[in-house]
Design a protein. Structure first.
Length: 661
């Protein structure tokens, strides 16, 4: 596939430049990034030297002792801690690096996975507070909130919350068990989606069976996959239950399309073809289980008819319906036999949706495919696109032996030798391409920046209830002008990219590997990403917002007769802007500058080739000597800042940053 990168170029002194950097250097870095992305992923069945068992091993219990990394018990170095935090957080910070170095991987994971480590704020609370604040600062005619507030919640938590691992795992689950704000209904009912993200953060590190039930009874998922108010079959009218969720819970959330060995490889029939895990009859049988499910009705509505509550008439609109698990309404639940995955729920004389769903979820969760299927998906989302079959087998064994305890599974994924060893770090076939939103969060956690929306408003309008600080980054879905990805805006239930995606006519394909994230890395998206990073570093990012230009009364002021001293602000700028003060202090020396930027974005691990390219680009930006009268100080500051931006930019588009190792 031919790759084309388009840059906005300008001519300065007869030379093509972009932000003061030689266009030749940019093209070189861009081409490196493209070729590097093509190699992101681990080679098929290859395992690290310390991980590969002998051919005689059974790939089962005999590998239990090899689940965790066979590395030294010594505390990790700075570079090792940085690499670990790239995998486990939304970007390493100095505080987190020092913490990992002082207590080690296992203890840090225990801290993050502890039940006491909960997000500082739920999405539900975030959404409710934004509703209240927006009624003051920027009221909508309908009295609602913007869909982007859910996205802003993601960035606020990703950039500031202590429960980094739980949020990172929740993002992974949101890309496995997808419910999307791209759906018109969920975009309107953001309370349901807020509840969905809260349950992923809370139960994504509990146990698989519990998580599966929470997802299956989620109002957001029921709307997204169309089984809310799904009715039992009617032989007279020919009505049949909606089969959408029954299909996807098997195909995407639990067992996949084909039977797997514990190591994630396909089981083959006598004819050499893969064996299917389920049939259309299984879908039909399971779809009956998901009939009769409607929104929660609390005790206050106990006397309201089942029909009114099932259909959600004005007589039965419990405000907790968006936040509580859906409940079964017997009158609408199928009583006929339900056969699926080798199990039959017999004819029910009295409809019992609770008993039906328990049997169904118990059956699905106990399927032999779940351990390898889910283990591999989590490894792909968190560590590497192409885990060896030995890696998958070890994690699947942990999954099975703990009955799907997700804390144990996640810890094993991160401590495995293929995640931690130096061998996998230098292996060109290991790792994964970072999805765009994770590139952005890592950038923002690496460098000092300011956000108007994160500044607590001093406006008297908020005297009774202080305005909640948050990042106003908004949507970034446009591939041509932005990142080509917005959190929680998957275009379909299959996520932004499929786990088995293979870039056509690529070295990845030739090597028999997959590179899921490259499914959204078109020529347009690559150019859009490069241009976006340049723009973010130059002028900022996020929503274009009115800010507190006069320093009075806080931001987002509106005309209000009750507050005559608060003049209405009209000046606007992007919500987030970088502060390069610290970096400018060393920018006079290209080597020192590149060392600092590499430390922040690469953990200090930068190749000599990339260092050479960036130092040459930085040195091409001349910084004049300071005059005795200091009359050229602003010119010097401008050129030093241009050097800083150029160095960060070139690292951000390099394969060494784009590929998570």
């Amino acid at each position: 596939m031919k790759n084309v990168v388009v840059f906005r170029a300008q001519s300065i002194n007869g030379h093509l430049t972009w932000g003061g950097v030689s266009l030749a250097a940019l093209l070189l870095a861009g081409s490196l990034a493209l070729t590097g992305c093509g190699g992101g992923g681990s080679g098929g069945d290859s395992a690290s030297a310390t991980a590969q068992p002998s051919a005689s091993e059974s790939m089962g219990m005999a590998q239990a002792e090899a689940v965790t990394a066979t590395t030294s018990s010594a505390l990790p170095s700075r570079a090792e801690a940085f690499r670990f935090l790239v995998q486990t957080t939304f970007g390493p910070t100095e505080a987190d690096i020092q913490r990992v170095m002082s207590i080690g991987y296992s203890a840090w994971l225990d801290e993050q996975l502890a039940d006491t480590m909960q997000p500082a704020m739920t999405y539900r609370a975030f959404w409710a507070k934004r509703v209240a604040d927006q009624s003051i600062e920027d009221p909508l005619p309908t009295g609602g909130t913007y869909t982007r507030d859910m996205v802003n919640g993601f960035y606020t938590f990703a950039l500031t919350d202590r429960a980094q691992l739980k949020h990172r795992v929740a993002l992974a689950w949101s890309e496995i068990m997808v419910a999307s704000l791209a759906d018109g209904f969920l975009a309107f009912d953001k309370d349901k989606f807020a509840n969905y993200m809260d349950l992923l953060a809370k139960y994504g590190t509990s146990d698989y069976r519990t998580l599966l039930e929470k997802v299956s009874r989620s109002p957001a998922m029921a709307n997204y996959l169309s089984y809310v108010r799904n009715q039992k079959e009617d032989t007279v009218t020919g009505r049949v239950p909606d089969q959408n969720f029954a299909r996807e819970i098997m195909q995407l959330f639990s067992i996949g399309l084909y039977k797997l060995n514990q190591d994630g490889t396909l089981m083959l029939g006598s004819n050499g073809d893969p064996l299917e895990t389920y049939t259309q009859d299984d879908i039909v049988g399971l779809s009956k289980v998901f009939t009769g499910w409607g929104y929660y009705k609390g005790a206050a509505y106990a006397g309201v008819s089942e029909s009114d509550c099932f259909w959600g008439t004005s007589k039965c609109l419990d405000p907790e319906g968006s936040y509580q698990p859906m409940q079964g309404y017997a009158s609408y639940h199928s009583t006929s036999a339900k056969s699926f995955l080798g199990v039959t729920i017999g004819v029910q004389q009295t409809a019992n949706p609770e008993a039906s769903i328990k049997t169904a979820l118990d059956t699905v969760a106990a399927h032999s495919n779940v351990a390898p299927f889910i283990s591999k998906l989590l490894i792909q989302r968190l560590v590497t696109s192409n885990p060896s079959k030995y890696y998958v087998s070890r994690i699947a064994w942990v999954f099975k032996s703990t009955n799907g305890d997700l804390k144990s599974v996640i810890k094993a994924i991160y401590l495995d030798s293929e995640a931690r060893s130096a061998t996998s770090l230098v292996n060109a076939n290991t790792g994964k391409v970072k999805e765009p939103v994770l590139r952005l969060t890592q950038l923002l956690r690496a460098f000092k920046h300011r956000s108007d929306s994160m500044s607590v408003s001093a406006s008297p309008m908020f005297a009774s209830s202080p305005r909640m600080p948050f990042y106003a980054i908004g949507t970034t879905s446009d591939a041509a002008t932005s990142l080509g990805q917005t959190p929680y805006y998957s275009p379909s239930v299959f996520n932004f990219f499929r786990p088995g995606y293979v870039p056509p006519q690529s070295q990845t394909a030739a090597n028999g590997m997959v590179a899921p994230e490259l499914q959204i890395a078109s020529e347009t998206a690559v150019a859009g990403y490069v241009n976006s990073i340049k723009s973010y570093l130059d002028v900022g990012l996020g929503e274009w917002r009115v800010y507190d230009a006069d320093g009075k009364c806080g931001i987002m002021k509106k005309a209000n007769a009750s507050y005559p001293s608060c003049a209405v602000d009209t000046a606007s700028r992007y919500d987030v802007r970088f502060d390069y003060t610290n970096e400018k202090a060393v920018a006079g020396n290209a080597t020192n500058l590149v060392t600092l930027i590499a430390d922040r974005l690469l953990g200090g691990q930068i190749s000599s080739g990339l260092r050479s390219v960036i130092e040459a680009a930085v040195n091409s930006i001349a910084v004049p000597a300071l005059r005795a009268d200091k009359s050229n100080q602003s010119t010097i500051d401008t050129m030093l800042e241009r050097r800083v931006k150029s160095a960060i930019f070139l690292v951000m588009i390099s394969p060494e940053f784009l590929v998570q190792k």
